[in-house]
Design a protein around this ligand. Structure first.
Ligand SMILES: *[C@@H]1O[C@H](CO)[C@@H](O)[C@H](O)[C@H]1NC(C)=O
Ligand SMILES: *[C@@H]1O[C@H](CO)[C@@H](O)[C@H](O)[C@H]1NC(C)=O
Length: 502
């Protein structure tokens, strides 16, 4: 009580000191001195924070109602653990330290700070004694509505404003969404429409599409892997390397499906979900690490494939590499960038399951690695073509040559172009929501197409595979006949299948 009185007294004293003190308008409250306005807007920003950003049990709020121009002007404050009253003053260091403890994460606290700061910017730079008074033409005065600054507005207009980043759950603005506020003939429609600012549905739609692409890709790749694994002759190194690439893509897709379903979509639930992402548990960070690793693995497998084909063409008489060492190198190389990245994330105690990139340059740790693999692949391809040209006419193993060329020529654009698109996102990023939707849909479709095209080229259209499957059928056919050879009915039906085959 004594504190309140003292505060009231200081404010009264301040007020009597300066008649032409700066005043500002918050919503439908009376125009208040800047200091009161600052506390009140800081409080509104806090009050409008999503409850899921807050450390609920810690918060005690009390309200002080001041009378300004005969009208009530409520200012809420909170009580810190020492029992002190703390106003939501973004310029007071002591207050900031306490307010930060009310938020679950520094990022959420930052949103509050940005909001309070924007409110004061509105007050000092956009609200004047003149434009805060409505007139006949402009029944809607300039004001701060709690999130956004408005100028004096004519009746019958709708004002569109960019949705501020501090009202969104997602950290980055995905695209420019706009809030709507209506100016009626007798003043502002009290509630601004911020429903249009919710970006979760946009994310959810994109993620839904991404998941469908991944499911299709996994469904197409899986039989190909089974085929590779079930025929012993397909286990020779040249073919096994294609298989490994497919397996790497399969693993990556499955891990991405897992993290999308378990963590990302959960985080988009906002109210109900977001638990896994916030929990930042070991399990979800391990998932992020392996997802990261599997993405590198694809590029290493691609280079391993090209490396071996290069050996077959350019140094046909060199001995094959030791499989164990060869595979170990592939895994260790792929893990290196992910380990460096995980080390950085761990050292900086990053949150959100390591699924949200806070440092933009981190992405270059893995992207740099992928580009290196692509460049190695391009060099090998050029060398293969050089050797093929000199060998031209001398004969040689046509089949190997063809498959080597095909592999490297398919692989380069298949992985290079999508990487170029995703790592140079800024070139494509558009603030326009529809355009950026299209960008993501195309990116996801291309990503899924990688696995599908590889399964088609390397397995379903592969002659070695066709031969093995044909052999298998022939054997099955023979067995079938030996066993049921005396059955007239069976003979007829096998004859039937034979006639359709040729
Ligand atoms: C800052 O806030 C603390 C805690 O509410 C208060 O005791 C202090 O007087 C404030 N300082 C200023 C400069 O307003
Ligand atoms: C993988 O690591 C990079 C750091 O190079 C990071 O930026 C990226 O977000 C990570 N991806 C995943 C899915 O964890």
């Amino acid at each position: 009580m004594r504190h309140q009185l003292a505060l009231l007294l200081t404010i009264l004293v301040q007020f009597s000191h300066s008649q032409d003190e700066k005043r500002c308008l918050l919503r439908f409250f009376p125009i208040a001195p800047a200091e009161d306005y600052k506390f009140a807007t800081g409080d509104t920003c806090f009050f409008m924070s999503s409850p899921f950003w807050l450390n609920i049990p810690a918060i005690k709020r009390r309200t002080l109602v001041k009378i300004i121009d005969g009208k009530q002007f409520p200012i809420s404050y909170t009580i810190d653990p020492d029992g002190r009253e703390v106003f939501f003053d973004y310029e007071n260091q002591t207050a900031l330290e306490h307010i930060q403890t009310l938020y679950l994460q520094e990022a959420y606290f930052k949103k509050w700070y940005d909001c309070a700061n924007a409110a004061m910017d509105c007050c000092l730079n956009h609200l004047t004694e003149e434009n805060m008074q409505p007139d006949e033409d402009h029944p809607c005065p300039a004001l701060w509505d709690g999130y956004t600054c408005y100028g004096k507005t004519k009746a019958g207009t709708t004002v569109y404003n960019l949705c501020p980043s501090y009202i969104r759950t997602a950290d980055d603005l995905i695209c420019n969404l706009e809030s709507e506020k209506y100016c009626l003939t007798d003043g502002w429609n009290q509630v601004t429409n911020y429903n249009t600012c919710v970006d979760a549905p946009i994310y959810r739609k994109r993620n839904g599409f991404h998941l469908i692409c991944l499911y299709v890709s996994v469904a197409v790749i899986f039989p190909a892997i089974l085929i590779y694994l079930s025929f012993p002759k397909l286990k020779i190194l040249r073919i096994a390397l294609h298989r490994n690439l497919l397996i790497a893509i399969f693993i990556k897709n499955v891990l991405v499906i897992l993290s999308k379903n378990l963590i990302i979509l959960d985080a988009l639930e906002g109210d109900k979900g977001n638990k896994l992402m916030i929990s930042n548990s070991i399990g979800c960070r391990v998932l992020a690490f392996f997802e990261n690793l599997s993405k590198n693995l694809i590029f290493t497998c691609m280079s391993a494939d090209a490396f071996y084909l290069h050996k077959l063409i350019v140094r046909p008489f060199a001995t094959d590499p030791n499989i164990l060492i060869f595979y170990s190198i592939v895994v260790v190389f792929s893990a290196l960038p992910s380990l460096i990245w995980a080390g950085l994330m761990g050292a900086r105690e990053m949150e959100n399951c390591w699924m949200v990139d806070t440092e933009t340059w981190y992405i270059w740790i893995t992207d740099g690695y992928k580009y290196a693999m692509l460049i190695i692949n391009a060099i090998l391809l050029v060398d293969i073509i050089r050797v093929l040209l000199t060998k031209l006419g001398k004969g040689g193993n046509k089949k190997q040559t063809r498959s080597a060329l095909k592999a490297t020529i398919i692989l380069l654009p298949l992985f290079g172009i999508p990487l170029l698109i995703t790592s140079q996102r800024d070139l494509f990023d558009s603030r326009d929501c529809t355009k950026s939707d299209i960008y993501y849909y195309i990116t996801y479709a291309i990503e899924a197409a990688q696995g599908i095209l590889l399964a088609v080229f390397f397995c379903y259209l592969n002659q070695d595979v066709h031969k093995e499957i044909a052999n298998f059928y022939r054997k099955l056919d023979t067995k079938f006949r030996q066993r049921f050879g005396y059955s007239e009915r069976m003979r007829r039906s096998t004859a039937c299948t034979k006639s359709t085959k040729y």
